[in-house]
Design a protein. Structure first.
Length: 561
Protein backbone atom coordinates (compact mmCIF):
# COMPACT_ATOMS: atom_id res chain seq x y z
CA UNK A 1 0.00 0.00 0.00
CA UNK A 2 1.29 3.46 -0.90
CA UNK A 3 2.39 5.29 2.27
CA UNK A 4 0.81 8.54 3.37
CA UNK A 5 3.76 10.81 4.26
CA UNK A 6 1.41 13.31 5.89
CA UNK A 7 -0.39 10.84 8.14
CA UNK A 8 -0.81 12.36 11.59
CA UNK A 9 -1.25 11.18 15.14
CA UNK A 10 -4.59 11.97 16.80
CA UNK A 11 -2.96 14.85 18.70
CA UNK A 12 -1.40 16.28 15.52
CA UNK A 13 -4.70 15.85 13.65
CA UNK A 14 -6.52 17.81 16.33
CA UNK A 15 -3.89 20.58 16.11
CA UNK A 16 -4.36 20.85 12.35
CA UNK A 17 -8.15 21.01 12.63
CA UNK A 18 -7.99 23.69 15.32
CA UNK A 19 -5.58 25.86 13.33
CA UNK A 20 -7.66 25.65 10.15
CA UNK A 21 -10.80 26.56 12.09
CA UNK A 22 -9.06 29.61 13.58
CA UNK A 23 -8.09 30.98 10.17
CA UNK A 24 -10.27 33.42 8.30
CA UNK A 25 -11.24 32.28 4.76
CA UNK A 26 -8.66 34.53 3.07
CA UNK A 27 -5.98 33.44 5.52
CA UNK A 28 -6.63 29.83 4.53
CA UNK A 29 -6.20 30.68 0.86
CA UNK A 30 -2.94 32.51 1.61
CA UNK A 31 -1.53 29.19 2.87
CA UNK A 32 -1.43 28.06 -0.78
CA UNK A 33 1.17 30.70 -1.71
CA UNK A 34 4.95 30.28 -1.49
CA UNK A 35 6.89 33.37 -2.72
CA UNK A 36 10.60 34.11 -2.73
CA UNK A 37 11.40 35.68 0.64
CA UNK A 38 14.95 36.43 -0.32
CA UNK A 39 17.49 35.11 -2.81
CA UNK A 40 21.08 35.94 -3.66
CA UNK A 41 20.11 36.93 -7.20
CA UNK A 42 17.53 39.41 -5.87
CA UNK A 43 18.97 42.95 -5.95
CA UNK A 44 16.94 43.91 -2.88
CA UNK A 45 18.44 43.68 0.56
CA UNK A 46 17.16 40.86 2.80
CA UNK A 47 15.44 43.44 5.01
CA UNK A 48 13.47 44.95 2.10
CA UNK A 49 12.60 41.56 0.64
CA UNK A 50 11.46 40.03 3.92
CA UNK A 51 9.27 42.95 4.85
CA UNK A 52 7.54 42.90 1.48
CA UNK A 53 5.87 39.68 2.63
CA UNK A 54 2.19 40.49 3.02
CA UNK A 55 0.46 41.16 6.27
CA UNK A 56 -1.84 38.40 5.04
CA UNK A 57 0.62 35.69 6.08
CA UNK A 58 1.35 33.20 3.30
CA UNK A 59 2.05 29.49 3.71
CA UNK A 60 5.79 29.84 3.50
CA UNK A 61 8.63 31.20 1.45
CA UNK A 62 11.88 30.39 -0.30
CA UNK A 63 15.31 31.36 0.99
CA UNK A 64 18.22 31.51 -1.45
CA UNK A 65 21.88 31.13 -0.49
CA UNK A 66 21.65 32.61 2.99
CA UNK A 67 24.07 34.67 4.98
CA UNK A 68 22.93 33.68 8.45
CA UNK A 69 24.04 36.95 10.03
CA UNK A 70 21.49 38.74 7.81
CA UNK A 71 18.70 36.21 7.45
CA UNK A 72 18.49 34.63 10.93
CA UNK A 73 17.11 37.65 12.84
CA UNK A 74 14.69 38.37 10.02
CA UNK A 75 13.45 34.78 9.93
CA UNK A 76 12.95 34.78 13.67
CA UNK A 77 10.95 37.98 13.43
CA UNK A 78 8.89 36.74 10.50
CA UNK A 79 8.05 33.44 12.21
CA UNK A 80 7.07 35.14 15.44
CA UNK A 81 4.74 37.51 13.58
CA UNK A 82 3.06 34.82 11.48
CA UNK A 83 -0.32 33.52 12.60
CA UNK A 84 0.70 30.08 11.33
CA UNK A 85 4.42 29.27 11.20
CA UNK A 86 5.93 29.57 7.72
CA UNK A 87 7.36 26.65 5.77
CA UNK A 88 10.83 27.91 4.78
CA UNK A 89 12.23 26.21 1.70
CA UNK A 90 15.53 26.13 -0.16
CA UNK A 91 17.33 24.38 -3.03
CA UNK A 92 19.54 22.21 -0.83
CA UNK A 93 20.19 19.73 -3.64
CA UNK A 94 23.89 19.29 -3.07
CA UNK A 95 24.40 20.54 0.44
CA UNK A 96 22.94 23.28 2.59
CA UNK A 97 22.59 26.54 0.64
CA UNK A 98 24.11 28.91 3.16
CA UNK A 99 27.35 30.85 3.27
CA UNK A 100 29.92 28.69 5.02
CA UNK A 101 27.93 25.44 4.79
CA UNK A 102 29.67 22.14 4.11
CA UNK A 103 30.28 21.28 0.46
CA UNK A 104 29.55 17.74 -0.72
CA UNK A 105 29.39 17.97 -4.50
CA UNK A 106 26.49 17.33 -6.84
CA UNK A 107 24.06 14.43 -6.76
CA UNK A 108 26.14 12.93 -9.57
CA UNK A 109 29.13 12.80 -7.20
CA UNK A 110 27.08 10.48 -5.00
CA UNK A 111 26.03 8.42 -8.00
CA UNK A 112 29.65 7.99 -9.12
CA UNK A 113 30.56 6.10 -5.94
CA UNK A 114 30.94 2.34 -6.31
CA UNK A 115 29.59 -0.08 -5.27
CA UNK A 116 25.95 1.03 -5.18
CA UNK A 117 25.68 0.07 -1.50
CA UNK A 118 28.38 2.59 -0.65
CA UNK A 119 26.67 5.20 -2.83
CA UNK A 120 23.43 4.66 -0.91
CA UNK A 121 25.28 5.04 2.39
CA UNK A 122 26.79 8.34 1.30
CA UNK A 123 23.48 9.58 -0.14
CA UNK A 124 21.82 8.97 3.22
CA UNK A 125 24.64 10.57 5.22
CA UNK A 126 24.95 13.62 2.97
CA UNK A 127 21.18 14.19 3.04
CA UNK A 128 21.14 13.80 6.83
CA UNK A 129 23.93 16.32 7.36
CA UNK A 130 22.44 18.71 4.82
CA UNK A 131 19.15 18.48 6.73
CA UNK A 132 20.84 19.24 10.06
CA UNK A 133 22.55 22.32 8.65
CA UNK A 134 19.46 23.52 6.75
CA UNK A 135 17.32 23.07 9.84
CA UNK A 136 19.75 25.15 11.90
CA UNK A 137 19.57 27.99 9.34
CA UNK A 138 15.79 28.06 9.68
CA UNK A 139 14.69 25.86 6.75
CA UNK A 140 12.24 22.97 6.87
CA UNK A 141 11.73 22.01 3.23
CA UNK A 142 14.24 21.00 0.56
CA UNK A 143 13.43 21.16 -3.14
CA UNK A 144 15.39 17.97 -3.81
CA UNK A 145 16.28 15.33 -4.77
CA UNK A 146 16.20 15.58 -8.55
CA UNK A 147 14.97 12.19 -9.78
CA UNK A 148 15.03 13.13 -13.46
CA UNK A 149 16.94 10.92 -15.90
CA UNK A 150 19.74 12.07 -18.20
CA UNK A 151 18.41 10.52 -21.41
CA UNK A 152 19.39 13.58 -23.45
CA UNK A 153 23.02 14.58 -22.91
CA UNK A 154 22.24 18.03 -24.28
CA UNK A 155 19.56 18.84 -21.70
CA UNK A 156 20.67 22.11 -20.10
CA UNK A 157 19.05 21.60 -16.67
CA UNK A 158 19.33 18.00 -15.40
CA UNK A 159 22.97 17.15 -16.13
CA UNK A 160 25.03 16.67 -12.94
CA UNK A 161 22.03 17.60 -10.78
CA UNK A 162 20.69 14.13 -11.60
CA UNK A 163 21.85 10.79 -10.21
CA UNK A 164 22.56 9.68 -13.80
CA UNK A 165 20.84 7.81 -16.59
CA UNK A 166 20.04 4.45 -14.96
CA UNK A 167 16.48 4.47 -13.52
CA UNK A 168 17.14 1.60 -11.11
CA UNK A 169 20.23 3.30 -9.69
CA UNK A 170 18.45 6.66 -9.46
CA UNK A 171 15.55 5.01 -7.60
CA UNK A 172 17.82 3.44 -4.99
CA UNK A 173 19.87 6.59 -4.38
CA UNK A 174 16.77 8.79 -4.27
CA UNK A 175 15.22 6.58 -1.59
CA UNK A 176 18.38 6.73 0.54
CA UNK A 177 18.55 10.51 0.12
CA UNK A 178 14.87 10.98 1.03
CA UNK A 179 15.22 8.86 4.16
CA UNK A 180 18.33 10.76 5.26
CA UNK A 181 16.62 14.10 4.71
CA UNK A 182 13.25 13.38 6.29
CA UNK A 183 14.56 11.40 9.24
CA UNK A 184 16.48 14.54 10.22
CA UNK A 185 13.68 17.08 10.12
CA UNK A 186 13.55 18.35 6.53
CA UNK A 187 10.79 17.52 4.04
CA UNK A 188 12.21 16.22 0.75
CA UNK A 189 10.81 16.97 -2.72
CA UNK A 190 11.12 14.66 -5.72
CA UNK A 191 11.32 16.73 -8.90
CA UNK A 192 10.49 17.55 -11.73
CA UNK A 193 7.36 15.47 -12.41
CA UNK A 194 6.67 13.99 -14.98
CA UNK A 195 10.40 14.04 -15.63
CA UNK A 196 13.03 16.29 -17.19
CA UNK A 197 16.03 15.12 -19.18
CA UNK A 198 14.38 14.05 -22.46
CA UNK A 199 14.22 17.44 -24.13
CA UNK A 200 17.17 19.61 -25.16
CA UNK A 201 15.30 22.74 -24.09
CA UNK A 202 15.09 24.54 -20.76
CA UNK A 203 11.72 24.42 -18.97
CA UNK A 204 12.63 27.73 -17.33
CA UNK A 205 11.98 29.44 -20.66
CA UNK A 206 9.68 27.12 -22.63
CA UNK A 207 7.34 24.22 -21.91
CA UNK A 208 9.54 21.22 -22.64
CA UNK A 209 8.23 17.78 -23.58
CA UNK A 210 8.84 14.28 -22.27
CA UNK A 211 8.40 12.26 -25.46
CA UNK A 212 8.53 8.70 -24.09
CA UNK A 213 5.65 6.34 -24.91
CA UNK A 214 3.67 5.58 -21.76
CA UNK A 215 5.00 2.03 -21.32
CA UNK A 216 8.58 3.32 -21.55
CA UNK A 217 7.79 6.23 -19.22
CA UNK A 218 6.42 3.79 -16.65
CA UNK A 219 9.67 1.77 -16.73
CA UNK A 220 11.86 4.85 -16.37
CA UNK A 221 10.52 8.10 -14.92
CA UNK A 222 7.56 6.26 -13.47
CA UNK A 223 10.03 4.03 -11.65
CA UNK A 224 12.11 6.85 -10.16
CA UNK A 225 9.09 8.85 -8.97
CA UNK A 226 7.32 5.75 -7.66
CA UNK A 227 10.46 4.88 -5.69
CA UNK A 228 10.31 8.34 -4.10
CA UNK A 229 6.63 7.88 -3.29
CA UNK A 230 7.32 4.44 -1.78
CA UNK A 231 10.06 6.01 0.35
CA UNK A 232 7.48 8.38 1.82
CA UNK A 233 8.62 11.58 0.14
CA UNK A 234 6.55 14.42 1.59
CA UNK A 235 6.29 16.49 -1.57
CA UNK A 236 6.61 16.26 -5.34
CA UNK A 237 7.32 19.23 -7.59
CA UNK A 238 5.58 19.34 -10.95
CA UNK A 239 7.44 20.93 -13.84
CA UNK A 240 6.70 23.06 -16.86
CA UNK A 241 6.96 19.80 -18.76
CA UNK A 242 4.33 18.16 -20.95
CA UNK A 243 3.97 14.46 -21.75
CA UNK A 244 3.69 13.73 -25.46
CA UNK A 245 1.41 10.75 -24.87
CA UNK A 246 -0.54 11.86 -21.80
CA UNK A 247 -0.92 15.63 -21.49
CA UNK A 248 -4.15 17.50 -22.14
CA UNK A 249 -4.38 20.09 -24.90
CA UNK A 250 -4.96 23.78 -24.27
CA UNK A 251 -8.50 24.63 -25.38
CA UNK A 252 -7.56 27.77 -27.31
CA UNK A 253 -4.10 26.98 -28.74
CA UNK A 254 -4.18 23.20 -29.05
CA UNK A 255 -0.75 23.00 -27.40
CA UNK A 256 0.07 20.36 -24.79
CA UNK A 257 -0.24 21.64 -21.26
CA UNK A 258 2.71 21.54 -18.84
CA UNK A 259 2.12 19.35 -15.78
CA UNK A 260 1.76 22.41 -13.52
CA UNK A 261 -1.65 23.23 -15.05
CA UNK A 262 -2.72 19.78 -16.32
CA UNK A 263 -5.17 17.69 -14.26
CA UNK A 264 -4.44 14.68 -16.49
CA UNK A 265 -0.89 14.63 -15.11
CA UNK A 266 -1.26 16.01 -11.58
CA UNK A 267 -4.59 14.46 -10.60
CA UNK A 268 -5.14 11.44 -12.84
CA UNK A 269 -1.55 10.18 -13.12
CA UNK A 270 0.23 11.35 -9.98
CA UNK A 271 -2.62 11.19 -7.49
CA UNK A 272 -5.00 8.50 -8.80
CA UNK A 273 -2.73 6.06 -10.63
CA UNK A 274 0.52 6.43 -8.68
CA UNK A 275 -1.21 6.97 -5.35
CA UNK A 276 0.76 9.99 -4.13
CA UNK A 277 -0.78 11.34 -0.91
CA UNK A 278 1.74 14.07 -0.09
CA UNK A 279 1.96 17.73 -1.05
CA UNK A 280 2.17 18.80 -4.72
CA UNK A 281 4.11 22.01 -5.26
CA UNK A 282 4.46 23.70 -8.63
CA UNK A 283 7.80 24.72 -10.04
CA UNK A 284 8.42 28.47 -10.19
CA UNK A 285 5.72 30.65 -11.72
CA UNK A 286 8.24 32.72 -13.65
CA UNK A 287 9.04 29.64 -15.77
CA UNK A 288 7.49 27.77 -18.62
CA UNK A 289 7.05 30.16 -21.50
CA UNK A 290 3.29 30.64 -20.95
CA UNK A 291 3.29 34.38 -20.39
CA UNK A 292 1.66 35.05 -23.78
CA UNK A 293 -1.15 32.57 -23.06
CA UNK A 294 -1.61 33.57 -19.41
CA UNK A 295 -0.50 37.20 -19.06
CA UNK A 296 -2.53 37.37 -15.84
CA UNK A 297 -0.62 35.45 -13.17
CA UNK A 298 -3.76 35.17 -11.06
CA UNK A 299 -5.43 33.23 -13.87
CA UNK A 300 -2.44 30.92 -14.12
CA UNK A 301 -2.53 30.36 -10.34
CA UNK A 302 -6.18 29.35 -10.59
CA UNK A 303 -5.38 26.93 -13.42
CA UNK A 304 -2.61 25.29 -11.36
CA UNK A 305 -4.91 24.82 -8.36
CA UNK A 306 -7.69 23.51 -10.59
CA UNK A 307 -5.21 21.00 -12.00
CA UNK A 308 -4.36 19.60 -8.57
CA UNK A 309 -1.49 21.70 -7.20
CA UNK A 310 -1.44 22.33 -3.46
CA UNK A 311 1.12 25.12 -3.28
CA UNK A 312 2.12 27.82 -5.78
CA UNK A 313 5.85 28.49 -5.99
CA UNK A 314 7.45 31.90 -6.55
CA UNK A 315 4.25 33.81 -7.21
CA UNK A 316 5.35 37.31 -8.24
CA UNK A 317 2.05 39.07 -7.62
CA UNK A 318 1.20 40.16 -4.11
CA UNK A 319 -0.31 37.61 -1.75
CA UNK A 320 -3.50 39.70 -1.59
CA UNK A 321 -4.02 39.87 -5.36
CA UNK A 322 -3.40 36.13 -5.74
CA UNK A 323 -5.89 35.41 -2.96
CA UNK A 324 -8.35 37.72 -4.77
CA UNK A 325 -8.00 35.61 -7.93
CA UNK A 326 -8.49 32.34 -6.01
CA UNK A 327 -11.47 33.73 -4.13
CA UNK A 328 -13.08 34.87 -7.37
CA UNK A 329 -12.57 31.41 -8.93
CA UNK A 330 -14.17 29.76 -5.90
CA UNK A 331 -17.16 32.08 -6.15
CA UNK A 332 -17.76 31.46 -9.87
CA UNK A 333 -17.22 27.69 -9.65
CA UNK A 334 -13.91 27.38 -11.51
CA UNK A 335 -12.33 26.02 -8.32
CA UNK A 336 -13.75 23.32 -6.08
CA UNK A 337 -13.90 24.39 -2.43
CA UNK A 338 -13.45 20.84 -1.15
CA UNK A 339 -10.27 20.39 -3.21
CA UNK A 340 -8.88 23.72 -1.98
CA UNK A 341 -9.64 22.75 1.62
CA UNK A 342 -7.75 19.47 1.11
CA UNK A 343 -4.74 21.41 -0.18
CA UNK A 344 -4.78 23.71 2.86
CA UNK A 345 -5.04 20.64 5.08
CA UNK A 346 -2.01 19.02 3.41
CA UNK A 347 0.05 22.19 3.91
CA UNK A 348 -0.83 22.51 7.58
CA UNK A 349 -0.31 18.75 8.01
CA UNK A 350 3.20 19.00 6.60
CA UNK A 351 3.91 21.79 9.07
CA UNK A 352 2.71 19.48 11.83
CA UNK A 353 4.95 16.64 10.62
CA UNK A 354 7.94 19.01 10.69
CA UNK A 355 7.25 20.22 14.23
CA UNK A 356 6.12 23.71 13.26
CA UNK A 357 2.93 23.53 15.28
CA UNK A 358 4.70 22.86 18.56
CA UNK A 359 4.93 25.49 21.29
CA UNK A 360 8.62 26.13 20.53
CA UNK A 361 9.02 26.08 16.76
CA UNK A 362 12.52 25.51 15.38
CA UNK A 363 14.24 28.84 14.68
CA UNK A 364 17.65 29.66 13.16
CA UNK A 365 20.58 28.94 15.44
CA UNK A 366 23.96 30.13 14.21
CA UNK A 367 25.84 28.30 16.96
CA UNK A 368 24.33 24.93 16.02
CA UNK A 369 25.01 25.66 12.35
CA UNK A 370 28.69 26.42 13.02
CA UNK A 371 29.04 23.35 15.23
CA UNK A 372 27.69 21.13 12.44
CA UNK A 373 30.01 22.65 9.82
CA UNK A 374 33.07 22.35 12.09
CA UNK A 375 32.29 18.79 13.21
CA UNK A 376 35.23 16.50 12.27
CA UNK A 377 32.80 13.80 11.07
CA UNK A 378 31.14 16.30 8.73
CA UNK A 379 34.50 17.39 7.33
CA UNK A 380 35.53 13.76 6.83
CA UNK A 381 32.26 12.93 5.08
CA UNK A 382 32.80 15.81 2.66
CA UNK A 383 36.33 14.58 1.87
CA UNK A 384 35.21 11.00 1.39
CA UNK A 385 32.48 11.92 -1.10
CA UNK A 386 34.96 13.89 -3.17
CA UNK A 387 37.65 11.23 -3.08
CA UNK A 388 35.29 8.33 -3.82
CA UNK A 389 33.63 10.07 -6.77
CA UNK A 390 36.32 11.65 -8.99
CA UNK A 391 36.50 9.48 -12.10
CA UNK A 392 39.34 8.74 -14.50
CA UNK A 393 37.33 8.01 -17.64
CA UNK A 394 40.32 7.60 -19.97
CA UNK A 395 44.11 7.65 -19.69
CA UNK A 396 45.60 6.11 -22.81
CA UNK A 397 48.98 7.83 -22.38
CA UNK A 398 49.26 7.08 -18.62
CA UNK A 399 49.42 10.76 -17.66
CA UNK A 400 48.09 10.10 -14.14
CA UNK A 401 49.47 10.62 -11.61
CA UNK A 402 51.39 13.69 -12.77
CA UNK A 403 54.97 12.66 -13.51
CA UNK A 404 56.54 15.94 -14.63
CA UNK A 405 59.76 17.02 -12.91
CA UNK A 406 59.54 19.76 -10.31
CA UNK A 407 59.85 23.34 -11.61
CA UNK A 408 57.96 22.34 -14.78
CA UNK A 409 55.80 25.11 -16.20
CA UNK A 410 52.06 24.36 -16.31
CA UNK A 411 49.24 26.33 -17.94
CA UNK A 412 45.66 26.04 -16.67
CA UNK A 413 43.09 27.02 -19.33
CA UNK A 414 39.44 27.48 -18.41
CA UNK A 415 36.99 26.29 -21.05
CA UNK A 416 33.96 28.47 -20.35
CA UNK A 417 30.42 28.54 -21.68
CA UNK A 418 30.41 32.14 -22.80
CA UNK A 419 26.98 32.64 -21.22
CA UNK A 420 25.80 36.21 -21.23
CA UNK A 421 22.71 37.86 -19.84
CA UNK A 422 21.23 38.63 -16.46
CA UNK A 423 20.66 35.09 -15.18
CA UNK A 424 22.62 34.69 -11.98
CA UNK A 425 21.04 31.47 -10.73
CA UNK A 426 23.47 28.60 -10.60
CA UNK A 427 21.36 25.53 -9.96
CA UNK A 428 22.62 23.29 -7.18
CA UNK A 429 26.22 24.55 -7.20
CA UNK A 430 28.30 27.31 -5.68
CA UNK A 431 28.71 30.40 -7.83
CA UNK A 432 32.47 30.86 -7.37
CA UNK A 433 34.00 30.45 -10.82
CA UNK A 434 37.50 31.22 -9.59
CA UNK A 435 37.73 28.41 -7.06
CA UNK A 436 38.73 25.59 -9.42
CA UNK A 437 41.72 27.19 -11.10
CA UNK A 438 42.84 28.91 -7.90
CA UNK A 439 42.78 25.65 -5.93
CA UNK A 440 44.59 23.58 -8.55
CA UNK A 441 47.16 26.33 -9.03
CA UNK A 442 47.81 26.55 -5.29
CA UNK A 443 48.21 22.79 -4.91
CA UNK A 444 50.51 22.46 -7.92
CA UNK A 445 52.65 25.37 -6.76
CA UNK A 446 52.84 23.76 -3.32
CA UNK A 447 54.11 20.60 -5.01
CA UNK A 448 56.91 22.56 -6.70
CA UNK A 449 55.48 23.49 -10.10
CA UNK A 450 55.24 26.89 -11.79
CA UNK A 451 51.65 27.65 -12.80
CA UNK A 452 49.92 30.24 -14.97
CA UNK A 453 46.15 30.58 -15.47
CA UNK A 454 44.15 31.64 -18.53
CA UNK A 455 40.57 32.33 -17.46
CA UNK A 456 39.16 33.71 -20.72
CA UNK A 457 39.97 32.95 -24.37
CA UNK A 458 41.79 36.26 -24.78
CA UNK A 459 44.32 35.14 -22.15
CA UNK A 460 45.40 32.11 -24.22
CA UNK A 461 48.38 32.80 -26.44
CA UNK A 462 48.79 31.14 -29.83
CA UNK A 463 52.26 29.97 -28.86
CA UNK A 464 52.20 27.93 -25.65
CA UNK A 465 55.29 25.87 -26.40
CA UNK A 466 57.04 27.24 -23.31
CA UNK A 467 54.76 25.14 -21.09
CA UNK A 468 55.56 21.56 -20.15
CA UNK A 469 51.86 20.69 -19.83
CA UNK A 470 48.46 22.30 -20.35
CA UNK A 471 45.31 21.54 -18.37
CA UNK A 472 42.04 22.27 -20.15
CA UNK A 473 39.46 22.68 -17.41
CA UNK A 474 35.71 23.18 -17.57
CA UNK A 475 33.43 23.94 -14.62
CA UNK A 476 30.19 24.54 -16.55
CA UNK A 477 27.04 23.75 -14.61
CA UNK A 478 23.31 23.97 -15.43
CA UNK A 479 22.28 27.61 -15.48
CA UNK A 480 18.63 28.50 -16.11
CA UNK A 481 17.70 30.68 -19.07
CA UNK A 482 21.04 30.17 -20.83
CA UNK A 483 19.85 27.22 -22.91
CA UNK A 484 23.09 25.26 -22.91
CA UNK A 485 25.72 23.53 -20.80
CA UNK A 486 28.20 23.40 -23.66
CA UNK A 487 31.54 25.16 -23.88
CA UNK A 488 31.57 28.15 -26.18
CA UNK A 489 33.06 28.06 -29.67
CA UNK A 490 35.69 30.56 -28.48
CA UNK A 491 36.67 28.23 -25.63
CA UNK A 492 36.85 25.25 -27.97
CA UNK A 493 39.15 27.23 -30.24
CA UNK A 494 41.55 27.64 -27.28
CA UNK A 495 42.44 23.94 -27.41
CA UNK A 496 45.83 23.84 -29.09
CA UNK A 497 45.80 20.65 -31.10
CA UNK A 498 49.03 21.54 -32.87
CA UNK A 499 50.88 21.70 -29.55
CA UNK A 500 49.47 18.31 -28.56
CA UNK A 501 50.53 16.80 -31.88
CA UNK A 502 53.99 18.22 -31.28
CA UNK A 503 54.15 16.26 -28.03
CA UNK A 504 52.97 18.73 -25.39
CA UNK A 505 51.06 16.85 -22.64
CA UNK A 506 47.44 17.99 -22.35
CA UNK A 507 44.95 17.14 -19.61
CA UNK A 508 41.16 17.44 -19.91
CA UNK A 509 39.08 17.76 -16.75
CA UNK A 510 35.40 18.59 -16.20
CA UNK A 511 34.24 19.94 -12.84
CA UNK A 512 30.62 20.17 -13.99
CA UNK A 513 28.98 18.88 -17.15
CA UNK A 514 30.35 15.32 -17.55
CA UNK A 515 29.58 15.26 -21.28
CA UNK A 516 32.36 17.70 -22.20
CA UNK A 517 34.32 14.93 -23.91
CA UNK A 518 31.60 14.61 -26.53
CA UNK A 519 32.34 18.13 -27.75
CA UNK A 520 36.13 18.29 -27.83
CA UNK A 521 37.03 15.33 -30.02
CA UNK A 522 39.34 12.42 -29.33
CA UNK A 523 41.75 13.09 -26.48
CA UNK A 524 44.00 10.62 -24.69
CA UNK A 525 42.78 11.42 -21.16
CA UNK A 526 39.63 12.69 -19.48
CA UNK A 527 38.50 13.11 -15.87
CA UNK A 528 34.97 13.70 -14.59
CA UNK A 529 34.65 15.46 -11.24
CA UNK A 530 30.93 16.42 -11.54
CA UNK A 531 31.17 19.50 -9.31
CA UNK A 532 33.30 22.56 -8.62
CA UNK A 533 32.72 22.45 -4.87
CA UNK A 534 35.92 22.63 -2.78
CA UNK A 535 35.93 19.04 -1.51
CA UNK A 536 35.79 17.74 -5.08
CA UNK A 537 38.51 20.05 -6.42
CA UNK A 538 40.81 19.05 -3.55
CA UNK A 539 40.08 15.37 -4.25
CA UNK A 540 41.11 15.85 -7.88
CA UNK A 541 44.40 17.51 -6.95
CA UNK A 542 45.17 14.60 -4.60
CA UNK A 543 44.54 12.09 -7.39
CA UNK A 544 46.55 14.21 -9.83
CA UNK A 545 49.53 14.25 -7.48
CA UNK A 546 49.26 10.53 -6.74
CA UNK A 547 48.14 10.93 -3.12
CA UNK A 548 44.93 8.93 -3.71
CA UNK A 549 43.58 6.66 -6.45
CA UNK A 550 40.74 7.55 -8.80
CA UNK A 551 37.82 5.44 -7.57
CA UNK A 552 34.65 6.83 -9.19
CA UNK A 553 32.68 5.40 -12.09
CA UNK A 554 30.78 7.71 -14.43
CA UNK A 555 27.01 7.23 -13.90
CA UNK A 556 26.08 8.41 -17.42
CA UNK A 557 26.83 7.03 -20.87
CA UNK A 558 29.44 9.26 -22.49
CA UNK A 559 29.19 7.33 -25.78
CA UNK A 560 32.94 6.99 -26.10
CA UNK A 561 33.36 5.35 -29.48
Amino acid sequence: MTPNPLELSPIERNQVVQIIEQLEPRERLAQLIHPILWAHWNPESPVDAFHKVSSLSCGGGFLGVANLAETSPLLRDLQQRSKVPLLISGDHESGCRAVGATSFGSLMNLAAVEPIEDAEKYAYQVAAETARQARSMGCHWNFGPVVDINYNWDNPITNHRSFGDNPHRIARLAQAYIRGMQEHGIAATAKHFPGDGMDSRDQHTVTSVNTLPLNEWEQSYGQTFKAAIDAGVMSIMTGWIAMLHRSSLHVRTGLRLPAVIDPAVQIDLLRSEMGFKGLVVTDAFKMGGLRAIYPDEGELAVEALRAGADMLLFIRNSVESTVDAIECALNDGRLNELAINRSVERIISMKAKLGLLEAMIPLPDEDIFSARVDNPKTIELSSQVGERSVTLVRDWASRYPLNLPKKSRILLVELGSGHLGKSGINVGENDDKTLVLDTISRELEGAGYEVDCARIPADVQDDISAYDAVFYISNISPRPQTGSVRISSQANACINWEAMQAGQPAYFVSFGNPYLIREIGVVDNYVCCYSRQPNVVIAYTKALLGQIQFRGKCPVDLMLW
